[in-house]
Design a protein around this ligand. Structure first.
Ligand code: NOJ
Length: 637
């Protein structure tokens, strides 16, 4: 026998020794008893197509670019992705202004490219969810052109109004409603001699969902893409779908003096109207019917985008009569309700409130970022990246990651006025654009330290690449001993265990700045996540949080941590732990001879390797330690 296998045996024996504990446990439940559907615990990885990967050197990300990187998603452990809009669009709002709901935007590729994307994703076990934008189309959509021309059947496809006739004979908009993107929500149309409503840019006229023909047209759109093999939809701006038809002025909010600002009024007539829920329930039925008719495919799902109140969002899941709506009404509380200066109580409160309001039997969801909001590293500071990913990925339910957050990419706030393309930023002007622009969080994905961060061969990219790409990029993070990406993939690996899918959940603030939560599941080591949200190092006393003093072992720690994987934090008598500023740690609470997920993977690999000597050693050790059998119980769908 040469020296290498001997070293392997030695290392492996050491690994096994570390596992030994004192309490015996039984078997875990079988796979079928533990079954939860694919979307109830997955990580949805949001791809912003324009910035992900450019395959043809025009400086704009595209479908072939995405397809070429699906293996990256699979390697990262991602099995579901949602794509921001890829449909034909004049790109005023970068795809959220659709001029043909059933066509692919030419600069992103062709329908064939899309079909190849779906096939590749399918072969890699990745579900694809598309962005559905029902509230508004582009003003270049043929429906709008026909409606503006009052073509029979299209007259009421959009929301039209004569406006108010002033004494001097001029006309003004029907009311004080403002666009989300600044300025009046009404635009005069010369051709039709009427105002039309647009809750976003004037190039995004609002469709009229009180017209059954519009509902039917949109159902056809959904069915078209379902038949192409998508696993569901993220539904854009869903709570804007209906407006009060009395068109009354909205009351003033007293939040700002600027009458053109969206914050000037309270949106009681333009948002969250009861009909929204009915439409969501209608789409749920369409999806459920489709899933029932095509049982070989996965459950087709919807995720809804609404920055709305908690009770409304809870009703999206299921209303008081028990009618189901959205599978996943996005929970944006980590974006909207906790900030850089929030303390531990704020986090605990936000987590608890979602779980309290969410109707029973549904999957919780946590969104840590998206293309509309500053990135984690910019909201909470770069030191928070690992801790926020630990929070996101060890909570119960579904996690939503925006592309680049696995690397801790940062906003590029210094984009010049000349390079600025985001409509709300352009609307507020050169003085204020930096405060509202969404371009900073949309810069190209940083693959490596080569030209344009490996995003594109073009001499110019549609948005500039963040200059920090030379150090902050995927390739560097893969090569480093410790990196945000490695922390992220370790978390994803940990998530695959039954305890993360099914484990009970308890959360508590341990001090003003530190909170902890625990996942427990019979016959599994409990998993404890501890997060420090302050800029100071924190000494944490866990004695009260733990039901009884146990041995705690480091499973995952951040790049700035003083600890490393496998460190034993507390002796049997309880003790203290040092958390780096903005740091987090994931521990397992050893109470028996149960192998950690990662060690189980090593054992599996060993068995697969077919090395007789090593397998014999393994069997000997299993016999010697009388290990508890723990099923892998991983859900692959
Ligand atoms: C929400 C989308 O996420 C955002 O990017 C877009 O500008 C608006 N809806 C309008 O569609």
């Amino acid at each position: 026998m040469t020296i290498a296998p001997l070293i392997k045996i030695l290392l492996f024996s050491l690994l096994l020794q570390q596992e030994s504990g004192s309490v015996m446990s039984g078997l875990v439940k079988s796979e079928s008893e533990d079954f939860i559907d694919w979307w109830q615990h997955t990580v949805f990885y949001q791809i912003y197509p324009r910035s992900f990967k450019d395959s043809n050197g025009d400086g704009i990300g595209d479908l072939r670019g995405i397809t070429s990187q699906l293996q990256y998603l699979a390697d990262t452990g991602i099995s579901a992705t949602w794509l921001s809009p890829i449909f034909q669009s004049p790109m005023v709002d970068f795809g959220y202004d659709i001029s043909d709901y059933k066509a692919i935007q030419p600069e992103y590729g062709t329908m064939q490219d899309f079909e190849e994307l779906i096939d590749t994703a399918y072969n890699l076990g990745i579900k694809v969810v598309l962005d559905f934008v029902p509230n508004h189309s582009s003003d270049k959509h043929e429906w709008f052109l026909k409606s503006a021309a009052k073509e029979p059947g299209y007259e009421d496809f959009y929301v039209w109004h004569d406006g108010l006739l002033q004494d001097n004979g001029t006309r003004s908009p029907p009311n004080n409603w403002q666009s989300v993107f600044y300025g009046s929500a009404w635009e005069w149309h010369e051709g039709r001699q009427q105002y039309y409503l647009h809750q976003f840019t004037k190039e995004q006229p609002d469709l009229n969902f009180r017209n059954p023909k519009v509902v039917q047209a949109m159902d056809n759109v959904l069915l078209f893409w379902l038949n192409k093999g998508v696993a569901g939809f993220r539904i854009d701006a869903v709570n804007h779908l209906f407006e009060d038809d009395t068109l009354q002025d909205e009351p003033l909010s007293a939040k700002t003096q600027d009458p053109l600002s969206y914050d000037y009024t309270r949106h009681i007539y333009t948002k969250d109207l009861p009909e929204v829920l009915q439409m969501v329930q209608h789409w749920r039925k369409l999806l459920d019917d489709f899933s029932a008719k095509h049982p070989k495919g996965p459950t087709r799902i919807m995720m809804t985008e609404a920055y709305a109140g908690l009770t409304q969002l809870a009703d999206y899941y299921e209303d008081v009569s028990g009618t189901k709506g959205s599978h996943l009404p996005f929970n944006f509380h980590f974006i909207t309700d906790v900030k850089g200066d929030s303390d531990a109580r704020d986090y605990v409160y936000n987590v608890e409130k979602w779980l309290i309001y969410m109707p029973r039997g549904h999957a919780a969801n946590w969104v840590m970022g998206n293309h509309d909001n500053p990135r984690v590293a910019s909201r909470f500071g770069p030191a928070s990246v690992d801790a926020m990913n630990m929070l996101l990925l060890t909570l119960p339910g579904v996690a939503v990651t925006y592309n680049g957050e696995e690397l801790g990419m940062q906003d590029y706030r210094e984009i010049s006025w000349e390079d600025t393309v985001d409509p709300p930023a352009k609307n507020v002007g050169e003085e204020l654009y930096k405060e509202v622009s969404r371009d900073p969080e949309r810069t190209p994905f940083q693959w490596n330290n080569k030209k344009n961060a490996g995003f594109s061969d073009s001499s110019k990219t549609w948005l500039p690449v963040h200059p920090n790409y030379l150090e902050l990029n995927l390739e560097a993070q893969k090569a480093a001993n410790k990196s945000h990406y490695k922390v992220y993939t370790d978390l994803i690996e940990l998530r695959k265990s039954a305890i993360m899918r099914l484990g009970r959940f308890d959360i508590e603030p341990l001090s003003r700045w530190v909170f902890a939560f625990k996942r427990e599941y019979p016959n599994f080591e409990s998993i404890i996540t501890i997060i420090n949200v302050s800029d100071e190092e924190q000494l944490v006393d866990l004695s009260e949080f733990l039901s009884q003093p146990k041995k705690l072992v480091v499973e995952i720690c951040g790049v700035d941590s003083n600890y490393k994987y496998g460190d034993i934090i507390l002796g049997d008598g309880g003790g203290q732990l040092n958390l780096a500023p903005r740091g987090g740690i994931v521990l397992s609470e050893r109470s028996g001879r149960i192998m950690s997920e990662r060690r189980r993977t090593l054992v599996k690999q060993l068995v697969k390797s077919g090395n007789v000597v090593l397998v014999a050693l393994l069997v000997y050790n299993l016999w010697r330690h009388k290990w508890t059998k723990v099923s892998f119980n991983q859900q692959r769908f």
